[in-house]
Design a protein around this ligand. Structure first.
Ligand code: PFF
Length: 480
């Protein structure tokens, strides 16, 4: 685990702050480092591009519509929105506080703020969960590359939905998904190896705005379709009888996954924030744009689904079976199809970059590993497990443990990380920030001079102390 003596990065508590607690005095002993700048995001816009780029991904465009589709549309969306605003923004702010005040990785931050704390264990959850997500996520990102290429070729030789179902099945059962998983991870490698400013920030500055432009183009097109009304009603008219325990845990998992929360991803990004980056404001903007991307994705998909007579309950296949069938019938589909899969690829990339940073930042900052080696190690592990995830649709499908329990690594990684590790990590982060961390540090770190957002600080602290831990715990127990 991380060394606990003050590191080279410096902290906002280094200069000119009164020293009124033992924990704070640790900060005042630290020195600002001369060469820390390249380890920080250069601009405020870069901060938003990076955090929104991390948040907006397959979770919004692929997972949100199918989860909403399976769980009755509007009802799922309401529960999801409640989780985003009630838990998401406060926990996101907590991760920002831990990252920006320490400039350390998810392993280093906890021990640094409270030497000897057991909460350092959150680092382990973060690194394990990030590698699990990176593995199965890269498989799906690889599918988007295949469909992107195919949309210039044989994608339109099919017509009925059965054809597309068969095509997806044949593709995922073959060897090509393995190739695409590896290719995608290598592209990811090319970005992260360049470092925080030249790699992560620069890529996010390009990808994130482009993503929103593309989503908006698709939405406008979708709203002109004849099934627009039905699609929008499905998404926005809640049927509260649909809300069940599984909808609630699904929506909570989706909120955490979608905001990249609970595994220290946003903590890691916040460790690259400059000391004057406003936290509550950045958290609110990030969550707002993330929700917007999810809703726009719903607006993009459901009108089309209803126009062409498909069922919104297709599950994970929605984007890869139903949408191609729709593109095949839609005027201009030949242009929209490649554009759509390119958009999915970009969205995946800006998210996997952030997942990779969790381990890379730990290895480089706390373990003294060079950035290049840290990147290779992270990508290497993700490749190994990613290939296993890809194989769980083909050679390893139907694998059973002890002859009875189905062992599908892709599903196990997806379920364990989003529905268990992320909310659990989020609960621990809330407890640490709400109960363990020196209140002065929390208040000072959150303080945004002369900002309207300051009035939310007591609310955020209240949620972190009482609401988030209890709520996550109750939902867990009731699910078990
Ligand atoms: N927020 C991403 C999405 O919605 O697709 C997924 C994600 C990114 C999860 C980064 C976790 C993470 F660390």
């Amino acid at each position: 685990m991380g060394k606990e003596e003050p590191g080279p990065q410096g902290s906002e508590f280094t200069i000119g702050k009164e020293n009124n607690s033992p924990t704070e005095s640790r900060f005042t002993r630290m020195k600002k480092s001369d060469n820390s700048q390249s380890q920080l995001f250069a601009t405020r816009l870069g901060v938003i591009a990076a955090t929104v780029g991390s948040a907006v991904g397959l979770g919004n465009i692929w997972r949100f519509p199918y989860e909403a589709g399976v769980h009755g549309g509007g009802a799922f969306m309401i529960v999801y929105l409640v989780f985003i605003f009630l838990l998401g923004i406060p926990v996101l702010t907590a991760e920002f506080v831990l990252g920006r005040s320490t400039h350390r990785s998810v392993f280093g931050a906890f021990g640094f703020l409270k030497p000897g704390t057991r909460f350092k264990g959150i680092g382990l959850i973060g690194v394990v969960a990030s590698l699990m997500i990176l593995s199965f996520y890269s498989v799906v990102a690889g599918w988007t590359l295949e469909y992107f290429i195919r949309s210039f070729g044989d994608l339109f030789s099919k017509n009925g939905s059965d054809d597309f179902h068969r095509m997806f099945g044949e593709f995922t059962e073959g060897w090509r998904p393995i190739l695409w998983t590896v290719v995608f991870l290598l592209i990811n490698m090319l970005v992260i190896v360049r470092g925080v400013q030249k790699g992560v920030e620069r890529a996010s500055n390009i990808i994130t705005p482009l993503l929103f432009v593309l989503i908006l183009i698709f939405c406008v097109n979708s709203l002109t379709l004849s099934g627009a009304r039905e699609g929008l009603e499905f998404l926005f008219r809640p049927d509260f009888s649909e809300i069940s325990p599984s909808v609630v845990i699904g929506a909570m998992g989706q909120a955490f996954f979608s905001l990249s929360l609970g595994l220290g991803c946003m903590l890691t990004y916040a460790s690259y924030f400059k000391d004057d980056t406003p936290l509550i404001r950045s958290a609110t903007v990030t969550a707002g744009l993330d929700v917007m991307a999810a809703i726009l994705s719903g607006i993009l998909i459901f009108p089309a689904v209803f126009t062409y007579g498909f069922s919104p309950e297709a599950g994970p296949a929605l984007v890869f079976e139903v949408l191609p069938a729709i593109f095949a019938q839609m005027p201009g589909g030949k242009i929209f199809a490649p554009l759509f899969f390119f958009m999915l690829f970009l969205a995946s990339l800006s998210s996997t970059i952030s997942m990779s940073e969790i381990m890379v930042s730990w290895l480089t900052r706390e373990r003294g590993v060079s950035r290049r080696s840290a990147c290779w190690l992270t990508i290497g592990i993700a490749m190994f497990f990613g290939v296993l995830c890809a194989l769980s649709f083909s050679y390893m499908s139907g694998l059973k443990i002890a002859g009875t329990i189905e062992f599908n690594i892709f599903n196990i990684f997806d379920y364990t990380s989003s529905n268990i590790l992320l909310p659990f990590g989020g609960m621990l982060i809330s407890i640490f920030t709400g109960w363990q961390l020196d209140r002065n540090i929390v208040k000072k770190t959150m303080n945004e001079p002369k900002s309207w957002f300051n009035r939310f600080a007591p609310f955020v602290i209240f949620i972190l102390k009482y609401v988030a831990p209890v709520m996550i715990f109750v939902i867990f127990v009731s699910n078990v």
